[in-house]
Ligand binder design. Structure first.
Ligand code: XMP
Ligand code: MG
Length: 180
C-alpha cells in the first residue's frame, strides 16, 4: 500500500500537532458549553477520534454519513444522507468534524440540514481545506492543514475505498488511477 504513494503531504506528526492546536482553540471557544460533536463518516473517523481527546469539555458525540463521491476522485454534485445523527440537535451547539472541504457542497448540505432542525449554533472543524476546489461558498471555522488541488488519501481518506488506514496523508502515483 505504501508503494502506491507518490509523496507524503502531511506526516503523522503534522497531523498530531494540528489536532492539538485545534483542540486547544475549541476548548477555549466552547468554555462552559456542552456541544454535540458530530463526525462525518467515513473520512473523518481517525480525525474525530484523535481531536475529541484533545478537547477538554463535556460533549455529546454522534456521527453522520453522507455520500457525494461514489468511488472516483470527482465530486458527483448531489449529496445523499446515508446515516443520520441519533441526538436531537434542537437548541444545541453543533460542531462538525470533517476530513476535508473541497467543493464545499457537503458542508453546505450539513449546515442546512441541522439549521432546519433548530441547532443553536453550527461550526465546522476540518482537518484539511482545499480552497481551490470550491464550487459553492463554504468556510470552516477551524482548519488544520491546507492542501493543494490534488486528490489526497490516508488518515481516513480513500480512493475506491482503500488507503484509509495509511497513518499519514499523501498523493497517489498516477499509475494507481490508470490501473482502475
Ligand atoms: P466536498 O466537495 O463536498 O467534499 O467539499 C467533501 C467530501 O469529499 C471527499 N473528498 C475527498 N476524499 N480525497 C478523498 O479521499 C480528496 O482529495 C477529497 N476531496 C474531497 C471527502 O469525503 C469530503 O468529506
Ligand atoms: Mg467526507
Amino acid at each position: 500500500m505504501n508503494n502506491d504513494i507518490l509523496k507524503t503531504l502531511y506526516s503523522e506528526e503534522d497531523i498530531e500537532n494540528a489536532c492539538k492546536r485545534l483542540g486547544e482553540q475549541i476548548t477555549k471557544d466552547y468554555q462552559g458549553e456542552n456541544p454535540i460533536v458530530i463526525g462525518v463518516l467515513k473520512g473523518a473517523i481517525f480525525f474525530m477520534t484523535d481531536i475529541v481527546r484533545d478537547i477538554d469539555l463535556y460533549m455529546d458525540i454522534d456521527f453522520i454519513d453522507v455520500s457525494s463521491y461514489h468511488g472516483g476522485t470527482q465530486s458527483s454534485g448531489s449529496i445523499e444522507l446515508m446515516k443520520d445523527v441519533d441526538i436531537d440537535v434542537n437548541g444545541r451547539n453543533v460542531l462538525f468534524i470533517e476530513d476535508i472541504i473541497d467543493t464545499g457542497r457537503t458542508l453546505k448540505y450539513l449546515e442546512d440540514l441541522l439549521s432546519d432542525r433548530g441547532a443553536k449554533s453550527i461550526k465546522v472543524c476540518t482537518l484539511m481545506d482545499k480552497p481551490e476546489g470550491r464550487v459553492v461558498e463554504a468556510k470552516a471555522d477551524y482548519v488544520g492543514l491546507e492542501v493543494p488541488n490534488e486528490f489526497v488519501v490516508g488518515y481516513g481518506l480513500d480512493y475506491n475505498g482503500k488507503y484509509r488506514n495509511l497513518p499519514y496523508v499523501g498523493v497517489l502515483k498516477p499509475k494507481v488511477y490508470s490501473n482502475k
